[in-house]
Design a protein around this ligand. Structure first.
Ligand SMILES: Nc1ncnc2c1ncn2[C@@H]1O[C@H](COP(=O)(O)OP(=O)(O)OP(=O)(O)O)[C@@H](O)[C@H]1O
Ligand SMILES: [Mg+2]
Length: 220
């Protein structure tokens, strides 16, 4: 389902090149549960952004469902980002002026789901994450852990086949963290492909496979 061949990513910072990824070869099958581990700055978020089609490799090839991503049109990429992949970012990326409910509705608006149906689903997802009472709060009126859960609800809005999560439990207390771990387990059992960046041993333990990054390379 996901295949990267010699993927490199270089960030140009003035005269300095930052080599965030230095030749990544990685295959992930449909339905796999993979944890990505590695120290800060090793390229984990960069790798996730490329897998989620939010960024492009500087060189190398990325195939998603057998199609080379660099050959897809901008509208095909937008379609993938909105329906095929759900992304939970390290820094939440919620719209600050929208309520929790509206943030979760957003991917369904892009998909042109009817208002009634989409509000119902957004409410159901927030309930599932224990945030039913917080639906009308804006992100600044929520704790870090609550914002993270809104971000997870949003990632699930369009029922994506692939769930990508960057430190999804990093800002959660242990109880909310456990709930997220359980939820990922359920999603995986339902057949989703899950790729999760984590420092949390409880999350890594659930995964079938661990990919370890160091200085932009896979070391294990
Ligand atoms: N937009 C950018 N411009 C320039 N350099 C960047 C950019 N994003 C990341 N980098 C650099 O690329 C390297 C990899 O960054 P990345 O964010 O992928 O690390 P990470 O493994 O996710 O780290 P962390 O665990 O701290 O989140 C780092 O050295 C970082 O400074
Ligand atoms: Mg990161």
């Amino acid at each position: 389902m996901i295949k990267l061949v010699d993927v490199r990513k270089v960030y140009k910072m003035g005269k300095v090149d930052v080599e965030a990824l230095r030749g990544i070869d990685l295959e992930i099958e449909e339905g796999e549960y993979v944890a990505v581990l590695g120290p800060s700055g090793s390229g984990k978020s960069t790798l996730m952004h490329i897998i989620g089609c939010l960024d492009r490799p500087t060189s190398g090839r990325y195939y998603l469902d057998g199609r080379e991503v660099s050959r897809l049109s901008p509208s095909q990429l937008a379609e993938i980002r909105n329906t095929k992949v759900g992304f939970v970012f390290q820094s939440f990326n919620l719209l600050p002026h929208a309520t929790a409910l509206e943030n979760v509705e957003l991917p369904m608006i892009y998909r042109r789901m009817r208002a009634k149906e989409r509000k119902k689903r957004a409410k159901m997802l927030l309930d599932m994450l224990g945030l039913g009472e917080r639906a009308s709060h804006r992100p600044s009126e929520l704790s870090g852990g609550e914002q993270q859960r809104v971000a997870i609800a949003r990632a699930l809005a369009n029922d994506p086949q692939i769930l990508l999560a960057d430190e999804p439990t990093g800002n959660l207390d242990s109880k909310s963290g456990e709930e997220v771990v359980k939820m990922f387990d359920d999603l995986w059992r339902q057949g989703r492909t899950i790729v999760v960046v984590t420092h949390d041993p409880a999350v890594a333990e659930r995964a079938e496979r661990v990919v370890r990054l160091l200085d932009g390379r896979i070391v294990q």
